[in-house]
Design a protein around this ligand. Structure first.
Ligand SMILES: Cc1cc2nc3c(=O)[nH]c(=O)nc-3n(C[C@H](O)[C@H](O)[C@H](O)COP(=O)(O)OP(=O)(O)OC[C@H]3O[C@@H](n4cnc5c(N)ncnc54)[C@H](O)[C@@H]3O)c2cc1C
Length: 328
């Protein structure tokens, strides 16, 4: 087993899971949790080795996300956003790489992403234009995770040519950048906000890269695997709480399906993982009995997390497959 997976498993068992109920009740991820992930090298999991990262392959990344999510989904969810920033900066301009990459891999600087408002179908909810030496960002991003835990945000915004610009924005509120908490019933500690950008200026050298919208959409399905590991983590925790049961085989089957799916099959594989997490948490509630509905019970927290996993990171094809799985 790669070292990173072993470290993630022991962090999950010794630190994250024992505190998961308290994190959920407080609605705050302790700074110490994120520091522990940084100390274990996991903020640099996908970063290049020459910048202090672990250069992990896709299978290792999936196993680490699953292990951590089995410990505490909210902490894992906050940390997971950071990997998207590391990947973008690693492939970005030399100046940004030099300024940010080593710190990002070490977790000295932490990142989040605000992507979907510019990439989902329909008119862009976030636009960008150049004005002198600045990029000017305008729009609303409905879901941005990690506010207050991150130093920078990778914001996607569309220009007039329908190219998607990825811009590194300091995560600091001000007259042109406002964050409003999303009132959620699950992963509340993830500090997910709605972000409003009103003529928000960023130096033009913060442009990480630009991709035509059509190209981005064509490549989107290939990137759907990793969020499936969040559902696998919730499933793994349910399986451990239940003890040996048919769920063990079902979990192995959805994991294999995710691992072997190509872009065409990934939406259905993601839907199967989310549907199984929903069913497994229901099973855990039923087997636990009335104590499952007492606030703070593992079963009720996991059931709320499974609810979140029915919608998070979805795509039209995932939703369609999920609705069919659930009998719609
Ligand atoms: C708690 C929570 C936290 C989240 N945190 C973040 C975050 O930190 N950063 C972030 O960027 N997003 C975040 N999201 C957004 C997440 O990616 C959306 O849940 C996902 O896009 C689907 O949401 P939706 O079904 O409400 O559709 P919407 O996001 O409203 O999109 C409308 C439709 O477009 C589809 N769609 C969305 N994106 C694409 C795409 N790239 N290509 C093709 N179709 C697409 C959706 O499936 C949906 O059918 C978060 C969501 C939740 C619930």
């Amino acid at each position: 087993m790669p070292d990173a997976v072993a470290r993630a498993r022991s962090l999950a068992d010794e630190l994250l899971f024992p505190a998961a109920g308290a994190v959920d009740a407080a609605g705050v991820v302790p700074g110490g949790h994120l520091d522990a992930l940084a100390d274990a090298g996991l903020y640099g999991l996908t970063g290049p080795v020459d910048a202090g990262g672990l250069g992990a392959d896709a299978a290792t990344v999936a196993a680490v996300v699953e292990a951590l999510a089995a410990g505490d989904l909210a902490t894992t969810f906050v940390w997971l956003q950071h990997l998207g920033v590391v990947g973008a900066v690693a492939d970005g301009p030399a100046g940004l790489r030099a300024e940010f990459l080593r710190d990002l891999c070490a977790g000295r600087r932490r990142g989040g992403v605000a992507l979907q408002a510019a990439t989902r179908p329909g008119p862009a909810a976030v636009g960008v234009h150049r004005d002198g030496d600045d990029l000017v960002l305008d729009g609303l991003v409905p879901w941005v995770t990690g506010w207050g835990y991150v130093d920078v945000l990778l914001v996607a915004a569309r220009d007039l040519d329908d190219d998607v610009c990825f811009v590194l924005v300091d995560a600091v509120a001000g007259p042109t950048l406002a964050a409003t908490p999303q009132p959620m019933v699950a992963v509340t500690a993830s500090a997910t906000v709605e972000l409003a950008l009103r003529a928000h200026r960023v130096p033009a050298d913060r442009l990480v890269h630009t991709v035509p919208l059509t190209e981005l959409r064509a490549g989107d399905a290939a990137g759907l695997r990793i969020n499936g590991s969040l559902a696998l983590g919730v499933l793994a925790r349910c399986a451990r709480l239940l003890g040996p049961s048919p769920l063990d085989g079902d979990l192995a089957a959805v994991r294999t399906r995710l691992d072997t799916a190509g872009p065409g099959d990934l939406p259905a594989a993601r839907a199967a993982a989310s549907a199984l997490a929903h069913r497994a948490t229901g099973l855990l509630v039923a087997i636990t009995g009335s104590r499952a509905v007492v606030a703070g019970a593992h079963a009720e927290r996991l059931a709320r997390e499974a609810l979140f996993l029915l919608v998070f990171g979805s795509r039209p094809a995932i939703r369609q497959a999920l609705v069919a799985e659930l009998g719609g």
